[in-house]
Design a protein around this ligand. Structure first.
Ligand SMILES: [Ca+2]
Ligand SMILES: [Ca+2]
Length: 495
């Protein structure tokens, strides 16, 4: 940064010694009242598809195969000059055509094939060639060409071999208008270009320089443009001409004719500059010594910034504000969460219906002592315990029932299956049967005489027969009882 300042200081010193500039309004046009009411541009004539308006001259619209031009009416009366042309080349395509030309020619051009103007001109043409005819991938290209009236512009090669010099620069679709500064001074042509990325009028860069070029005297300035298969708008916003008076630089002794700075002069300037610079540094140091409190990191960069730095700054500020907003949001979110937690705890401390019923808390006092109020988890524990108890009781009941059943079964089994404990009615039945049997036996033995003759012989009922009969009967009875008891036991099992 310091270096740039130093250089600019040096250049300003040099320029102060350079040619005197004078604005030439008769060779210029610019807005906002570029066009008169009758549609004319003062001191200029235009033709073809050129169309002026208040703030610009549209040399061609973005339509195919158009040509337009504008030429100064008056011949240039001064030998050295500098022109500054501000223009825009805009089109929707990634590639445009054909281009724009700035002229200084012996005669005003007429419509023709070289960017809208005639070929074989005499003088200088500076071409802004949009379209890459020779396919060298070197367009858009800025090219300066001198023609003595014999050469035909080589469109096929984009005039590459005919140029005085040139540079590859993109001049289409820029945020600001692009600018070209063409200086013709002491037979030297210098072309500077401003790429239209900023509105800073000092952002020019050197494009080409050619010495020993003799242009015709009393020529005409002009601008022309053309479109082809592709098309751009070619708009010229300003055409400013300054004459350069070389008289002052001719005054110093020696080498006056060329106007160049001699080595002696360069040494002198350098010496002066070094003296000033040292003086400045000395003063700075003195100031620092006198004011040690003041921040001594004086840096020009703090005071100047380029566009990139400015953009970065804007981005940084934007991000900082976003960061702050996020932090704010975070804080508010924390507050909300805190409130929510407090609310939840307050709700849980209020005795609910179920809690009151099981906990036996006072139903009236919502803000009663928290010591007497059961907490939720306590209630839950209590309910769980109760359920557990109920379940256990049920299990116990089941077990008891089972035990009863089993007892009953055992009991009934014991009742019916006991060998020696025959029920009483069986005894009676057996006894009755036996008694009846005895009675019958006795009756039969007490009347043997009464039945004589036809009565069967005592052989028909011998004591042996009787005893056998009695045993069989007893066995039948026993068998019957056993069968019956087994039937009953089976029936109880199902029950
Ligand atoms: Ca071309
Ligand atoms: Ca090319």
């Amino acid at each position: 940064m310091k270096l740039i300042l130093v250089l600019s200081l040096f250049l300003s010193v040099v320029c102060a010694q350079g040619p005197k500039r004078r604005f030439e309004y008769k060779y210029s046009f610019k807005g906002p009242h570029l066009m008169q009411k009758d549609g004319l541009v003062p001191f200029w004539t235009y033709g073809g598809n050129a169309l002026p308006s208040d703030d610009k001259v549209r040399i061609t619209p973005s339509l195919r195969s158009r040509k337009g031009y504008i030429w100064g009416k008056h011949p240039v009366e001064f030998d050295n000059w500098i022109i500054e042309v501000t223009f825009k080349v805009t089109g929707r395509g990634r590639v445009g055509a054909d281009g724009l030309a700035i002229w200084y020619a012996e005669t005003p051009g007429v419509e023709g094939p070289v960017y809208g103007s005639q070929d074989k001109w005499v003088g200088l043409g500076v071409f802004f060639d949009s379209f890459d005819n020779d396919n060298q991938r070197n367009n858009p290209y800025i090219l300066a060409m001198y023609n003595d009236g014999t050469k035909v512009y080589d469109h096929a090669n984009d005039g590459l071999l005919q140029q005085l010099g040139g540079c590859m620069r993109d001049f289409r679709n820029k945020p600001y208008a692009v600018r070209a500064k063409i200086e013709y001074y002491q037979n030297t042509i210098t072309v500077y270009f401003h790429n239209g990325m900023s509105n800073n009028e000092y952002s020019y860069e050197l494009c080409m320089r050619a010495e020993n070029v003799v242009l015709p005297k009393k020529g005409y300035f002009g601008v022309s443009a053309a479109t082809g298969g592709l098309a751009d708008d070619h708009d010229v916003l300003k055409f400013l001409t300054h004459s350069l008076d070389a008289e002052k630089s001719q005054l110093p002794e020696g080498d006056a004719g060329t106007g160049h700075i001699t080595d002696e002069e360069v040494d002198k300037f350098n010496k002066e500059f070094n003296e000033y610079y040292e003086k400045l540094q000395k003063q700075k140091e003195e100031y620092r010594e006198k004011h040690p409190d003041i921040k001594d990191d004086y840096d020009e960069d703090d005071f100047f910034e380029d566009e990139y730095t400015r953009d970065l700054k804007v981005i940084f500020e934007g991000q900082t504000s976003i960061f702050k907003s996020i932090r704010n949001l975070e804080r508010k979110l924390d507050e909300i969460v805190g409130r929510q937690e407090r609310t939840i705890s307050a709700i849980s401390s209020i005795p609910g219906g179920g809690t009151g019923a099981s906990g036996g808390a006072p139903s009236g006092g919502s803000s009663g002592g928290t010591g007497s109020v059961m907490a939720r988890h306590e209630v839950d524990t209590l309910l769980n315990t109760q359920n557990e108890i109920t379940r256990k009781v049920r299990e116990l009941t089941g077990v008891i029932g089972e035990v009863q059943q089993k007892t009953a079964v055992i009991y009934t089994r014991g009742d019916s299956g006991g060998g020696g404990n025959a029920p009483g009615y069986l005894d009676h039945e057996i006894k009755d049967t036996l008694k009846q049997l005895n009675d019958d036996v006795r009756k039969m033995s007490s009347r043997p005489q009464a039945i004589s003759g036809g009565c069967p012989e005592p052989t028909c009922l011998t004591p042996i027969t009787f005893i056998v009969f009695a045993i069989i009967q007893t066995a039948i009875f026993l068998f019957y009882f056993m069968y019956r008891s087994s039937q009953e036991a089976a029936a109880k099992k199902f029950y």
